[in-house]
Design a protein. Structure first.
Ligand code: HEC
Ligand code: HEC
Length: 271
């Protein structure tokens, strides 16, 4: 009986020791700081720590040089973003997008920010590069059958209402030229072969051991019990056709991307 009473007390002691240790390691006392300023800014060691944290937690999506990949180009975003806002975005993420929230100590986030502020940045271009109007026409002619923008268009591919804020140019070029390089969950290609030999190709919406749900090319959502079908074929190739240079010239691609970068949807950030 005594042990059971002792245990929580011990736990409390250990956890308060950890809190004290962390407080010490942070080395920054917020009550002695000038208000609203990152104490790590320009500090070499902090910048180096920040770089390690960045590579570990952000590089995968924003690229090691921060020019963006699955996430936007931070070198273009940072000049227009005050520290308060940057801190808020990194702490809370962007709800409803792939940008994750973080529960790291404030001090780590501040070191990370010191690293980001130390990167060379470019001012965001005033006007998107490429002929946006022409890009919009190309999009309407080639892409709306599968992609929705602001509620209009097909559902076979992802909604692109916010793609200009969510993806870097590099990611957009790669997606259009070689869509099979990366296929997000919910859009993987499958073909279900029924027992009578019928083939249904589409995007795999979900799957478990016993069943698979597919959106076919005509956007009909169908569920299949695996034991009732002949075969489920998984395909690495995207449902999206590739647009190589023969099909879409560099100049047309540039216009198309010019248009896509204007698609910034509603700001979903909780203020
Ligand atoms: C899993 C991928 C992923 C990871 C990891 C990630 N981000 Fe992001 N980030 C995104 C995406 C996608 C967006 C765009 C969200 C949107 O607005 O649609 C974004 C947006 C941002 C923005 C806002 C840009 C703007 O224009 O408002 C900042 C700043 C940012 N990320 C910094 C970071 C930092 C710093 C880290 C590491 C702590 C990080 N991100 C980790 C994917 C990621
Ligand atoms: C036959 C349907 C189809 C057509 C036509 C199509 N797409 Fe796609 N698209 C998809 C599917 C499915 C995906 C998801 C799988 C993938 O990433 O390859 C996708 C993914 C994308 C993505 C990545 C979205 C993200 O969240 O990162 C972009 C950007 C894109 N398409 C742009 C275009 C553009 C621009 C065109 C026209 C030139 C186009 N698509 C034509 C089906 C299509």
């Amino acid at each position: 009986m005594k042990r059971i009473v002792l245990f929580p007390a011990l736990l409390f002691l250990v956890s308060s020791a950890i809190v004290i240790a962390q407080g010490g390691a942070q080395g920054v006392r917020s009550d002695t700081l000038p208000p609203g300023k990152n104490p790590h800014l320009g500090n070499k060691e902090s910048v180096r720590n920040g770089m390690t944290l960045y590579r570990w937690r952000c590089g995968e999506c924003h690229a090691l040089d921060a020019t963006g990949y699955r996430g936007p180009d931070l070198t273009a975003v940072l000049p227009g973003m005050p520290d308060e806002r940057l801190f808020q975005v990194v702490r809370q993420g962007v709800p409803g997008t792939e940008m994750p929230a973080s529960n790291s100590p404030d001090d780590e986030l501040l070191q990370l920010m010191a690293y980001l502020r130390n990167l060379s940045t470019v001012a965001p271009p005033d006007t998107p590069i490429g002929n946006v109007e022409h890009g919009k026409q190309l999009f309407a002619a080639n892409c709306t059958s599968c992609h929705r923008v602001a509620g209009k268009g097909g559902r076979l591919g992802p909604d692109l209402t916010r793609v200009g804020a969510a993806r870097s140019r590099t990611a957009l070029v790669r997606e259009i030229r070689t869509p099979s390089d990366w296929v997000p969950p919910g859009y993987e290609t499958v073909t279900v072969v029924t027992k009578d030999g019928q083939k249904i190709r589409g995007a795999k919406k979900s799957e478990d051991v016993f069943s698979v749900q597919v959106m076919d090319m005509r956007e009909r959502l169908q569920g299949y019990i695996k034991s009732n079908v002949q075969e489920v074929i998984y395909d690495k190739a995207s449902l999206m056709p590739a647009y190589p240079a023969q099909r879409l010239s560099d100049s047309d691609l540039n216009d198309l991307i010019g248009y896509l970068t204007t698609l910034r949807g509603a700001d979903v950030t909780v203020q």
